[in-house]
Design a protein around this ligand. Sequence first.
Ligand SMILES: [Zn+2]
Length: 59
Amino acid sequence: MKKCIYCSSEISLESVVDVCERCGHGVWGEKMFSAIKQNMENARDNGDLNQGSVGMTSS
Ligand SMILES: [Zn+2]
């Protein structure tokens, strides 16, 4: 099981981000979080997900 990096609650292994829904919403807001997840899922599907961490590398 993966764990949320914020609250350590269990999250799905299939989840592309290391945070649970609740913390994701708290940190990024609901819209932003789903946008991030979508980006990560696209990257994973394209096979170029680098390190599995949350996709905020380019700022
Ligand atoms: Zn959490």
